[in-house]
Ligand binder design. Structure first.
Ligand SMILES: Cc1cc2nc3c(=O)[nH]c(=O)nc-3n(C[C@H](O)[C@H](O)[C@H](O)COP(=O)(O)O)c2cc1C
Length: 236
């Protein structure tokens, strides 16, 4: 059979193809664009694109929003709320997520946790689907999720610092809410464009730069494969 290109495809066929395309969304919880978290999310979306997905990367720091304000509108009796009712820049984003096939979150570690913006987003994303009646998540379908974490600490310190526990907890919550979750943990990141400019003695700029060229490129490959995986094995 002749391979179908956009030009020889009928308008209706093209529409069906658009409708059937997997939608994969990435949320950047770093204030910095084109840095570690953002780059890894882009690689992940490249993997998704390779599997034919339509992708979008949203920078949380570009949006004006707050965390959960404890209004409990999502827990009122007899009302099935599919997402947070607060009206701000997150409203359309949460709708996009309701309609997507896979969701990737990315956050640097700030003071042993995810960034403030990612935390606020996390509350708004997950709390509406959490039941106070021992019922399963009220998210309408099953989607794949992933969480990419970037940080200064080396891999060997993850256990001592208690980071693995945080990653496991987040993974469990994402899995229970949306259906599945995978974590990618990227350590000892390259933090500045020029280490000589800053007052630092505890990190070695040359070692970090070398690591960026060797290990970080492998982390990017892992992110790419992750993007492919979460796009192919969608379970909805
Ligand atoms: C305010 C602040 C707090 C940080 N706290 C930690 C921390 O507790 N643990 C850690 O491993 N790295 C910490 N870092 C380093 C970042 O997690 C790390 O550089 C990360 O890769 C930055 O991501 P980005 O390049 O995408 O912005 C901190 C950085 C900042 C700016």
């Amino acid at each position: 059979m002749k391979y179908k290109t956009k030009s020889n495809m009928g308008e209706r066929e093209e529409k069906v193809e658009m409708e059937n395309k997997k939608k994969v969304i990435a949320m950047n919880g770093s204030p910095r664009q084109k840095w570690n978290t953002h780059i890894l999310l882009e690689k992940c979306l490249d993997g998704a694109k390779e599997m034919g997905a339509e992708t979008e990367l949203i920078n949380l720091y570009d949006l004006n929003f707050k965390g959960c304000i404890s209004c409990f509108a999502c827990k009122l009796k007899g009302v099935i709320v599919r997402k947070c009712v607060m009206k701000d820049d997150l409203e359309p984003v949460l709708q996009i997520i309701c309609d997507c096939d896979a969701l990737i979150l990315g956050s640097p570690i700030y003071f042993d946790s995810i960034t403030g913006e990612m935390r606020s987003f996390w509350e708004r994303l997950i709390f509406p689907y959490v039941s106070y009646e021992l019922k399963p998540s009220s998210f309408e379908k099953k989607i794949n999720t992933a969480f990419i974490y970037t940080m200064n600490v080396p891999r060997f310190a993850l256990q001592i610092m208690g980071y693995n526990k945080i990653f496991r907890k987040n993974k469990r919550l994402l899995k229970n809410t949306f259906g599945s979750s995978t974590s990618l943990v990227v350590t000892s990141t390259y933090q500045f464009d020029n280490y000589d400019k800053y007052a630092i003695t505890i990190f070695n700029g040359n070692k970090r730069l070398k690591r960026r060229e060797t290990v970080f490129s492998k982390d990017c490959e892992m992110a790419f494969l992750l993007g492919k995986k979460i796009t192919v094995n969608t379970n909805n």
